[in-house]
Write a protein that binds this ligand. Structure first.
Ligand SMILES: Cc1cc2nc3c(=O)[nH]c(=O)nc-3n(C[C@H](O)[C@H](O)[C@H](O)COP(=O)(O)OP(=O)(O)OC[C@H]3O[C@@H](n4cnc5c(N)ncnc54)[C@H](O)[C@@H]3O)c2cc1C
Length: 386
Protein backbone atom coordinates (compact mmCIF):
# COMPACT_ATOMS: atom_id res chain seq x y z
CA UNK A 1 0.00 0.00 0.00
CA UNK A 2 1.34 3.44 -0.88
CA UNK A 3 0.38 7.01 0.05
CA UNK A 4 -1.80 7.01 -3.10
CA UNK A 5 -4.26 4.59 -1.46
CA UNK A 6 -4.92 6.72 1.60
CA UNK A 7 -6.86 5.37 4.55
CA UNK A 8 -7.91 1.77 4.52
CA UNK A 9 -11.49 2.10 3.30
CA UNK A 10 -13.75 -0.89 3.49
CA UNK A 11 -13.32 -1.95 -0.14
CA UNK A 12 -14.29 -5.43 -1.26
CA UNK A 13 -11.95 -7.57 -3.35
CA UNK A 14 -13.72 -6.66 -6.63
CA UNK A 15 -13.26 -2.96 -5.95
CA UNK A 16 -9.58 -3.44 -5.14
CA UNK A 17 -9.04 -5.42 -8.34
CA UNK A 18 -10.83 -2.77 -10.42
CA UNK A 19 -8.82 0.00 -8.81
CA UNK A 20 -5.61 -1.86 -9.64
CA UNK A 21 -6.73 -2.54 -13.23
CA UNK A 22 -7.64 1.15 -13.66
CA UNK A 23 -4.27 2.22 -12.22
CA UNK A 24 -2.33 -0.12 -14.50
CA UNK A 25 -4.26 1.14 -17.53
CA UNK A 26 -3.99 4.80 -16.48
CA UNK A 27 -0.26 4.68 -15.78
CA UNK A 28 0.60 2.49 -18.77
CA UNK A 29 -1.68 3.85 -21.51
CA UNK A 30 -3.27 7.14 -20.45
CA UNK A 31 -0.37 8.97 -18.76
CA UNK A 32 1.95 8.74 -21.80
CA UNK A 33 -0.66 10.64 -23.86
CA UNK A 34 -1.55 13.28 -21.25
CA UNK A 35 0.84 16.02 -22.41
CA UNK A 36 -0.19 15.56 -26.07
CA UNK A 37 -3.89 15.59 -25.14
CA UNK A 38 -3.39 18.90 -23.33
CA UNK A 39 -1.01 20.59 -25.77
CA UNK A 40 -2.79 19.59 -28.99
CA UNK A 41 -6.35 19.66 -27.56
CA UNK A 42 -6.36 16.08 -28.75
CA UNK A 43 -9.48 13.97 -28.27
CA UNK A 44 -8.16 10.49 -27.33
CA UNK A 45 -10.62 8.33 -29.28
CA UNK A 46 -8.33 5.29 -28.92
CA UNK A 47 -8.52 5.59 -25.11
CA UNK A 48 -12.32 5.86 -25.25
CA UNK A 49 -12.39 2.60 -27.19
CA UNK A 50 -10.08 0.90 -24.70
CA UNK A 51 -12.13 2.22 -21.78
CA UNK A 52 -15.17 0.78 -23.55
CA UNK A 53 -13.59 -2.64 -23.77
CA UNK A 54 -12.58 -2.48 -20.10
CA UNK A 55 -16.18 -1.73 -19.05
CA UNK A 56 -15.41 1.83 -17.91
CA UNK A 57 -17.73 3.53 -20.43
CA UNK A 58 -20.75 1.79 -18.95
CA UNK A 59 -19.41 1.48 -15.42
CA UNK A 60 -22.70 1.72 -13.51
CA UNK A 61 -25.04 0.53 -16.29
CA UNK A 62 -26.76 -2.78 -15.41
CA UNK A 63 -25.16 -5.78 -17.11
CA UNK A 64 -28.43 -6.59 -18.96
CA UNK A 65 -27.86 -3.40 -21.00
CA UNK A 66 -24.20 -4.16 -21.67
CA UNK A 67 -22.75 -2.26 -18.71
CA UNK A 68 -20.36 -3.37 -15.98
CA UNK A 69 -23.01 -2.99 -13.25
CA UNK A 70 -20.52 -1.48 -10.81
CA UNK A 71 -21.35 0.32 -7.59
CA UNK A 72 -20.64 4.08 -7.31
CA UNK A 73 -17.70 3.44 -5.04
CA UNK A 74 -15.91 1.43 -7.76
CA UNK A 75 -16.79 4.09 -10.33
CA UNK A 76 -15.20 6.79 -8.15
CA UNK A 77 -12.03 4.74 -7.74
CA UNK A 78 -11.74 4.30 -11.53
CA UNK A 79 -12.32 8.03 -12.21
CA UNK A 80 -9.66 8.95 -9.65
CA UNK A 81 -7.08 6.68 -11.29
CA UNK A 82 -7.83 8.13 -14.73
CA UNK A 83 -7.66 11.71 -13.45
CA UNK A 84 -4.32 11.09 -11.75
CA UNK A 85 -2.99 10.25 -15.22
CA UNK A 86 -4.96 12.71 -17.39
CA UNK A 87 -7.78 14.98 -16.23
CA UNK A 88 -9.23 15.33 -19.75
CA UNK A 89 -9.59 11.58 -20.21
CA UNK A 90 -11.28 11.18 -16.83
CA UNK A 91 -13.78 13.92 -17.70
CA UNK A 92 -14.64 12.46 -21.11
CA UNK A 93 -15.42 9.19 -19.33
CA UNK A 94 -17.17 10.61 -16.28
CA UNK A 95 -19.37 13.17 -18.10
CA UNK A 96 -20.48 10.31 -20.36
CA UNK A 97 -21.25 8.03 -17.40
CA UNK A 98 -22.53 10.46 -14.77
CA UNK A 99 -24.40 12.93 -16.93
CA UNK A 100 -25.75 10.90 -19.86
CA UNK A 101 -25.92 7.21 -18.93
CA UNK A 102 -26.96 7.62 -15.31
CA UNK A 103 -30.22 9.58 -16.04
CA UNK A 104 -31.10 7.03 -18.74
CA UNK A 105 -30.57 4.22 -16.21
CA UNK A 106 -32.52 6.05 -13.49
CA UNK A 107 -35.38 7.58 -15.49
CA UNK A 108 -35.43 5.86 -18.89
CA UNK A 109 -38.22 3.57 -20.09
CA UNK A 110 -37.20 0.02 -20.96
CA UNK A 111 -37.41 0.96 -24.70
CA UNK A 112 -35.04 3.88 -24.12
CA UNK A 113 -32.64 1.71 -22.14
CA UNK A 114 -32.61 -0.93 -24.87
CA UNK A 115 -32.22 1.68 -27.58
CA UNK A 116 -29.46 3.84 -26.11
CA UNK A 117 -27.54 2.02 -23.39
CA UNK A 118 -25.74 -0.88 -25.14
CA UNK A 119 -23.90 1.30 -27.69
CA UNK A 120 -23.13 3.94 -25.05
CA UNK A 121 -21.95 1.42 -22.45
CA UNK A 122 -19.54 -0.19 -24.93
CA UNK A 123 -17.98 3.18 -25.80
CA UNK A 124 -19.10 2.80 -29.40
CA UNK A 125 -21.22 5.93 -28.89
CA UNK A 126 -20.52 8.89 -26.64
CA UNK A 127 -23.02 10.78 -24.49
CA UNK A 128 -23.47 14.35 -23.28
CA UNK A 129 -25.77 16.45 -21.06
CA UNK A 130 -27.28 19.73 -22.15
CA UNK A 131 -28.66 21.79 -19.27
CA UNK A 132 -26.68 25.06 -19.18
CA UNK A 133 -27.40 27.90 -21.59
CA UNK A 134 -25.64 31.14 -22.52
CA UNK A 135 -27.87 32.98 -20.01
CA UNK A 136 -28.29 30.35 -17.26
CA UNK A 137 -25.92 28.08 -15.40
CA UNK A 138 -26.32 28.04 -11.62
CA UNK A 139 -29.94 29.14 -11.96
CA UNK A 140 -30.82 26.18 -14.17
CA UNK A 141 -34.58 26.48 -13.64
CA UNK A 142 -34.47 29.78 -15.56
CA UNK A 143 -33.56 27.96 -18.78
CA UNK A 144 -35.17 29.30 -21.96
CA UNK A 145 -34.65 26.52 -24.53
CA UNK A 146 -38.26 25.97 -25.55
CA UNK A 147 -40.27 22.97 -26.56
CA UNK A 148 -43.70 23.28 -28.18
CA UNK A 149 -46.16 20.45 -28.76
CA UNK A 150 -47.62 19.90 -32.23
CA UNK A 151 -49.76 16.78 -32.11
CA UNK A 152 -47.36 13.91 -31.48
CA UNK A 153 -44.31 16.07 -32.09
CA UNK A 154 -42.25 18.09 -29.60
CA UNK A 155 -40.39 20.89 -31.41
CA UNK A 156 -37.29 22.22 -29.65
CA UNK A 157 -35.70 25.63 -30.27
CA UNK A 158 -33.00 27.39 -28.31
CA UNK A 159 -29.33 27.54 -27.44
CA UNK A 160 -27.42 25.30 -25.06
CA UNK A 161 -23.93 26.04 -23.81
CA UNK A 162 -20.86 24.34 -22.35
CA UNK A 163 -21.72 20.80 -23.42
CA UNK A 164 -18.89 18.48 -22.34
CA UNK A 165 -18.30 15.88 -25.11
CA UNK A 166 -20.67 18.01 -27.25
CA UNK A 167 -18.42 18.21 -30.33
CA UNK A 168 -18.04 14.42 -30.53
CA UNK A 169 -21.13 13.02 -28.78
CA UNK A 170 -23.80 10.86 -30.43
CA UNK A 171 -26.52 10.94 -27.76
CA UNK A 172 -27.72 13.86 -25.65
CA UNK A 173 -29.77 14.28 -22.50
CA UNK A 174 -31.50 17.62 -23.06
CA UNK A 175 -33.54 19.95 -20.85
CA UNK A 176 -36.10 22.33 -22.34
CA UNK A 177 -39.19 24.13 -21.10
CA UNK A 178 -42.78 23.66 -22.20
CA UNK A 179 -43.85 26.71 -20.23
CA UNK A 180 -41.29 29.19 -19.01
CA UNK A 181 -43.90 30.80 -16.76
CA UNK A 182 -44.00 27.60 -14.68
CA UNK A 183 -40.31 27.84 -13.69
CA UNK A 184 -38.79 24.49 -12.79
CA UNK A 185 -42.19 22.80 -13.20
CA UNK A 186 -42.11 23.60 -16.92
CA UNK A 187 -38.84 21.73 -17.54
CA UNK A 188 -38.92 18.41 -19.41
CA UNK A 189 -35.94 16.10 -20.02
CA UNK A 190 -35.36 14.37 -23.36
CA UNK A 191 -32.89 11.82 -24.67
CA UNK A 192 -32.10 11.96 -28.36
CA UNK A 193 -29.53 11.23 -31.04
CA UNK A 194 -27.52 14.33 -31.96
CA UNK A 195 -27.57 13.60 -35.71
CA UNK A 196 -30.97 15.27 -36.26
CA UNK A 197 -31.99 18.00 -38.70
CA UNK A 198 -31.87 21.44 -37.04
CA UNK A 199 -29.08 20.64 -34.55
CA UNK A 200 -25.98 22.79 -34.99
CA UNK A 201 -22.89 22.33 -32.82
CA UNK A 202 -20.77 25.39 -32.11
CA UNK A 203 -17.01 25.44 -32.43
CA UNK A 204 -15.12 23.77 -29.57
CA UNK A 205 -14.34 26.20 -26.73
CA UNK A 206 -10.71 27.24 -26.27
CA UNK A 207 -10.41 26.51 -22.56
CA UNK A 208 -7.96 27.20 -19.73
CA UNK A 209 -7.59 23.50 -18.90
CA UNK A 210 -9.00 20.02 -19.56
CA UNK A 211 -8.05 20.81 -23.15
CA UNK A 212 -8.65 17.29 -24.49
CA UNK A 213 -12.22 17.26 -23.16
CA UNK A 214 -14.12 18.93 -25.99
CA UNK A 215 -16.86 21.43 -25.04
CA UNK A 216 -19.26 23.36 -27.27
CA UNK A 217 -22.61 25.07 -27.48
CA UNK A 218 -25.48 23.34 -29.28
CA UNK A 219 -28.25 25.22 -31.10
CA UNK A 220 -31.66 23.64 -31.65
CA UNK A 221 -33.50 25.06 -34.67
CA UNK A 222 -37.01 23.60 -34.60
CA UNK A 223 -35.71 20.11 -33.89
CA UNK A 224 -38.44 17.47 -34.04
CA UNK A 225 -38.62 15.05 -31.12
CA UNK A 226 -41.49 12.80 -30.05
CA UNK A 227 -42.97 11.46 -26.84
CA UNK A 228 -40.55 8.54 -27.14
CA UNK A 229 -37.72 10.99 -26.46
CA UNK A 230 -39.10 12.19 -23.12
CA UNK A 231 -36.92 11.03 -20.24
CA UNK A 232 -39.05 10.50 -17.16
CA UNK A 233 -42.30 12.47 -17.15
CA UNK A 234 -43.34 15.62 -18.94
CA UNK A 235 -42.82 18.60 -16.60
CA UNK A 236 -40.59 16.56 -14.24
CA UNK A 237 -37.30 17.26 -16.03
CA UNK A 238 -35.89 19.47 -13.29
CA UNK A 239 -35.94 16.49 -10.96
CA UNK A 240 -34.02 14.48 -13.60
CA UNK A 241 -31.42 17.28 -13.82
CA UNK A 242 -30.97 17.66 -10.05
CA UNK A 243 -30.80 13.93 -9.41
CA UNK A 244 -28.21 13.57 -12.18
CA UNK A 245 -26.09 16.41 -10.82
CA UNK A 246 -26.26 15.04 -7.26
CA UNK A 247 -24.73 11.79 -8.48
CA UNK A 248 -22.40 13.56 -10.91
CA UNK A 249 -20.78 15.44 -8.04
CA UNK A 250 -19.24 12.18 -6.85
CA UNK A 251 -17.57 11.84 -10.25
CA UNK A 252 -16.26 15.41 -10.14
CA UNK A 253 -14.97 14.83 -6.59
CA UNK A 254 -13.10 11.75 -7.82
CA UNK A 255 -11.63 13.71 -10.76
CA UNK A 256 -10.46 16.42 -8.35
CA UNK A 257 -8.82 13.88 -6.02
CA UNK A 258 -7.00 12.38 -9.01
CA UNK A 259 -5.73 15.80 -10.09
CA UNK A 260 -4.63 16.59 -6.52
CA UNK A 261 -2.83 13.24 -6.38
CA UNK A 262 -0.99 14.01 -9.62
CA UNK A 263 0.07 17.36 -8.14
CA UNK A 264 1.39 15.70 -4.96
CA UNK A 265 3.14 12.93 -6.93
CA UNK A 266 4.99 15.47 -9.10
CA UNK A 267 5.72 17.77 -6.14
CA UNK A 268 7.19 14.88 -4.14
CA UNK A 269 9.44 13.79 -6.98
CA UNK A 270 10.66 17.30 -7.79
CA UNK A 271 11.24 18.22 -4.15
CA UNK A 272 13.58 15.25 -3.73
CA UNK A 273 15.58 16.16 -6.85
CA UNK A 274 15.87 19.94 -6.62
CA UNK A 275 18.62 21.23 -4.32
CA UNK A 276 18.90 24.66 -2.70
CA UNK A 277 21.29 25.73 0.05
CA UNK A 278 23.09 22.41 -0.25
CA UNK A 279 20.13 20.09 0.27
CA UNK A 280 17.05 18.79 -1.50
CA UNK A 281 14.18 21.26 -1.07
CA UNK A 282 12.20 18.36 0.49
CA UNK A 283 14.44 18.85 3.55
CA UNK A 284 13.15 22.40 4.07
CA UNK A 285 10.42 22.48 6.65
CA UNK A 286 8.19 24.86 4.70
CA UNK A 287 8.16 22.49 1.72
CA UNK A 288 7.35 19.60 4.07
CA UNK A 289 4.41 21.62 5.42
CA UNK A 290 3.10 22.01 1.87
CA UNK A 291 3.43 18.27 1.21
CA UNK A 292 1.72 17.43 4.52
CA UNK A 293 -1.20 19.75 3.78
CA UNK A 294 -1.58 18.21 0.32
CA UNK A 295 -1.90 14.62 1.56
CA UNK A 296 -4.25 15.68 4.39
CA UNK A 297 -6.56 17.28 1.82
CA UNK A 298 -6.40 14.32 -0.55
CA UNK A 299 -7.07 11.66 2.09
CA UNK A 300 -9.90 13.68 3.66
CA UNK A 301 -11.55 14.37 0.31
CA UNK A 302 -11.28 10.71 -0.75
CA UNK A 303 -12.69 9.49 2.54
CA UNK A 304 -15.70 11.80 2.20
CA UNK A 305 -16.18 10.90 -1.47
CA UNK A 306 -16.09 7.15 -0.89
CA UNK A 307 -18.38 7.50 2.12
CA UNK A 308 -20.89 9.49 0.01
CA UNK A 309 -20.61 6.96 -2.84
CA UNK A 310 -21.10 4.11 -0.43
CA UNK A 311 -24.21 5.84 1.03
CA UNK A 312 -25.60 6.14 -2.51
CA UNK A 313 -24.84 2.45 -3.13
CA UNK A 314 -26.78 1.54 0.03
CA UNK A 315 -29.74 3.64 -1.12
CA UNK A 316 -29.26 6.12 1.74
CA UNK A 317 -29.46 9.93 1.54
CA UNK A 318 -26.21 11.26 0.11
CA UNK A 319 -26.97 14.69 -1.42
CA UNK A 320 -25.27 16.79 1.28
CA UNK A 321 -22.38 14.33 1.49
CA UNK A 322 -21.87 14.45 -2.30
CA UNK A 323 -21.90 18.27 -2.27
CA UNK A 324 -19.41 18.29 0.64
CA UNK A 325 -17.18 15.79 -1.17
CA UNK A 326 -17.24 17.79 -4.42
CA UNK A 327 -16.52 21.03 -2.58
CA UNK A 328 -13.68 19.65 -0.45
CA UNK A 329 -12.12 17.69 -3.32
CA UNK A 330 -12.19 20.58 -5.79
CA UNK A 331 -10.73 23.05 -3.30
CA UNK A 332 -8.13 20.43 -2.37
CA UNK A 333 -7.23 20.02 -6.06
CA UNK A 334 -6.77 23.79 -6.48
CA UNK A 335 -4.69 24.00 -3.30
CA UNK A 336 -2.52 21.00 -4.19
CA UNK A 337 -1.97 22.19 -7.77
CA UNK A 338 -1.04 25.69 -6.58
CA UNK A 339 1.48 24.26 -4.11
CA UNK A 340 2.83 21.91 -6.78
CA UNK A 341 3.60 24.93 -8.99
CA UNK A 342 5.12 26.74 -6.00
CA UNK A 343 7.37 23.78 -5.12
CA UNK A 344 8.62 23.75 -8.73
CA UNK A 345 9.58 27.45 -8.48
CA UNK A 346 10.10 28.96 -11.97
CA UNK A 347 9.87 25.50 -13.55
CA UNK A 348 6.32 25.28 -12.25
CA UNK A 349 5.37 28.18 -14.47
CA UNK A 350 6.45 26.68 -17.80
CA UNK A 351 5.01 23.90 -19.90
CA UNK A 352 8.12 21.69 -19.70
CA UNK A 353 6.73 20.31 -16.42
CA UNK A 354 3.17 19.06 -15.80
CA UNK A 355 2.71 21.26 -12.69
CA UNK A 356 1.08 24.13 -14.61
CA UNK A 357 -1.26 21.66 -16.36
CA UNK A 358 -2.52 20.37 -13.02
CA UNK A 359 -3.32 23.94 -11.96
CA UNK A 360 -5.21 24.67 -15.19
CA UNK A 361 -7.05 21.32 -15.01
CA UNK A 362 -7.95 21.67 -11.32
CA UNK A 363 -9.87 24.94 -11.70
CA UNK A 364 -12.84 23.50 -13.59
CA UNK A 365 -13.72 21.19 -10.70
CA UNK A 366 -14.71 24.29 -8.67
CA UNK A 367 -17.03 25.43 -11.47
CA UNK A 368 -18.96 22.70 -13.24
CA UNK A 369 -21.77 20.53 -11.90
CA UNK A 370 -22.43 23.32 -9.41
CA UNK A 371 -19.86 25.95 -8.43
CA UNK A 372 -18.34 26.00 -4.93
CA UNK A 373 -20.74 28.81 -4.03
CA UNK A 374 -23.71 26.65 -5.07
CA UNK A 375 -22.34 23.60 -3.18
CA UNK A 376 -22.22 25.71 -0.01
CA UNK A 377 -25.84 26.72 -0.60
CA UNK A 378 -26.82 23.05 -1.05
CA UNK A 379 -24.93 22.01 2.10
CA UNK A 380 -26.26 24.82 4.29
CA UNK A 381 -29.76 24.49 2.81
CA UNK A 382 -29.91 20.80 3.71
CA UNK A 383 -28.70 21.54 7.26
CA UNK A 384 -31.28 24.26 7.74
CA UNK A 385 -34.07 21.96 6.56
CA UNK A 386 -33.32 19.30 9.19
C1 LIG B 1 -15.56 23.30 -19.29
C2 LIG B 1 -17.00 23.31 -18.89
C3 LIG B 1 -17.77 22.18 -19.07
C4 LIG B 1 -19.12 22.19 -18.75
N1 LIG B 1 -19.90 21.10 -19.02
C5 LIG B 1 -21.24 21.19 -18.92
C6 LIG B 1 -22.08 20.15 -19.41
O1 LIG B 1 -21.63 19.11 -19.90
N2 LIG B 1 -23.43 20.33 -19.37
C7 LIG B 1 -23.99 21.45 -18.83
O2 LIG B 1 -25.22 21.55 -18.82
N3 LIG B 1 -23.21 22.45 -18.32
C8 LIG B 1 -21.87 22.35 -18.36
N4 LIG B 1 -21.07 23.36 -17.89
C9 LIG B 1 -21.68 24.54 -17.30
C10 LIG B 1 -21.40 24.68 -15.81
O3 LIG B 1 -22.13 23.74 -15.09
C11 LIG B 1 -21.72 26.14 -15.43
O4 LIG B 1 -20.73 26.95 -16.00
C12 LIG B 1 -21.78 26.34 -13.94
O5 LIG B 1 -22.90 25.68 -13.38
C13 LIG B 1 -21.86 27.82 -13.56
O6 LIG B 1 -22.84 28.48 -14.32
P1 LIG B 1 -22.48 29.85 -15.07
O7 LIG B 1 -21.24 29.63 -15.84
O8 LIG B 1 -23.68 30.30 -15.81
O9 LIG B 1 -22.16 30.88 -13.91
P2 LIG B 1 -23.26 31.74 -13.12
O10 LIG B 1 -24.38 30.90 -12.67
O11 LIG B 1 -23.55 32.95 -13.93
O12 LIG B 1 -22.41 32.17 -11.83
C14 LIG B 1 -21.39 33.17 -11.88
C15 LIG B 1 -20.79 33.29 -10.48
O13 LIG B 1 -21.82 33.68 -9.53
C16 LIG B 1 -21.91 32.73 -8.49
N5 LIG B 1 -23.29 32.57 -8.09
C17 LIG B 1 -24.36 32.33 -8.89
N6 LIG B 1 -25.47 32.24 -8.14
C18 LIG B 1 -25.09 32.41 -6.85
C19 LIG B 1 -25.77 32.40 -5.61
N7 LIG B 1 -27.09 32.18 -5.51
N8 LIG B 1 -25.06 32.64 -4.49
C20 LIG B 1 -23.72 32.85 -4.55
N9 LIG B 1 -23.02 32.86 -5.69
C21 LIG B 1 -23.70 32.64 -6.83
C22 LIG B 1 -21.35 31.42 -9.10
O14 LIG B 1 -20.93 30.53 -8.10
C23 LIG B 1 -20.22 31.96 -9.95
O15 LIG B 1 -19.10 32.22 -9.14
C24 LIG B 1 -19.69 23.35 -18.17
C25 LIG B 1 -18.89 24.49 -17.95
C26 LIG B 1 -17.58 24.49 -18.32
C27 LIG B 1 -16.77 25.75 -18.12
Amino acid sequence: MSWMDGFKFDLDEDCKMLQQAARTFAEGEVAPLAAKIDREHYFPRELVQKMGSMGFMGACVPTEYGGAGLPQIAYCLIVEELAAACASTSIIMSAHNSLCLSPIVEFGSSEQKKKYLPALASGQKLGCFSLSEPGTGSDAAALTCTVTKHGEEYIVSGAKNWVTNGPVADVCVLFATLDKGKGYKGVTAFVHELALPGIVRGKPEDKLGICGSPTCGITYNEVKLTKANILGEEGKGFNVAMSTLNGGRLGVAAQAIGIARAALRDALQYSKERKTFGQPISEHQTIQNYLADMIIGIDSARYLTLAAASAKDRGEKYVRQAAMAKLLASETAMHAATKCVQIHGGYGYVKDFPAERHLRDAKITEIYEGTSEIQRLVIAGSLLKE
